[in-house]
Write a protein that binds this ligand. Structure first.
Ligand SMILES: [Zn+2]
Length: 172
């Protein structure tokens, strides 16, 4: 009878593979190599946004008609249908809103981490969905001055190197 109970417990553990996986990682002295943050899928339209950080510059689209920063990248401005052009921004922004994620969705992205909307200072109407790095989740506040930092994504194709724009608190 006792043996049957033990087997039942083990089969239940096997079905709940996520908690077992976390316990094993936490107790292991050797951290296995893990992939980095997941990389976006590149298209002709979004390629400049995800790759232009190779030279450290933060580039977004701006409408030549109404001068709004257009984001995510688009073929036409949604306000006057002019064709946006790529420009280099300062990389400075302010935090509009954020949330702290406590669930480890990706092996290379340990929780907790901060997901935020950042407004570029050149046009605070524009919103960049990003991560905040180099800041404790409890220290994030609305209106916080941040600047862009790039993390090269773990991709196989060096011709399509992706540099993820993220933001960190501006030095005081
Ligand atoms: Zn426009």
């Amino acid at each position: 009878m006792a043996q049957h109970r033990a087997r039942d417990v083990n089969s239940q553990r096997a079905r709940h593979c996520r908690p077992v996986h976390l316990r094993r990682r936490a107790g292991s002295p050797v951290t296995p190599p893990v992939p980095g943050r997941p990389a976006p899928e590149l298209s002709e339209l979004n390629r400049p946004y995800w790759t232009s950080g190779a030279d450290g510059a933060f580039r977004m689209q701006r409408c030549p008609g109404c001068e709004r920063v257009v984001h995510p990248p688009a073929l036409r401005c949604q306000y006057d249908h002019a064709a946006p052009e790529w420009i280099t921004l300062s990389g400075k922004g302010i935090v509009e809103s954020w949330t702290v994620n406590h669930h480890a969705f990706f092996p290379g992205l340990p929780a907790p981490y901060v997901i935020a909307f950042v407004n570029p200072v050149e046009d605070i109407r524009a919103r960049v969905l990003t991560n905040l790095v180099g800041v404790a989740p409890d220290d994030v506040h609305a209106g916080m001055a941040v600047r862009v930092v790039f993390e090269r994504a773990d991709t196989d194709d060096s011709e399509q190197a992706v540099y993820l724009p993220m933001f960190t608190p501006e030095a005081p």
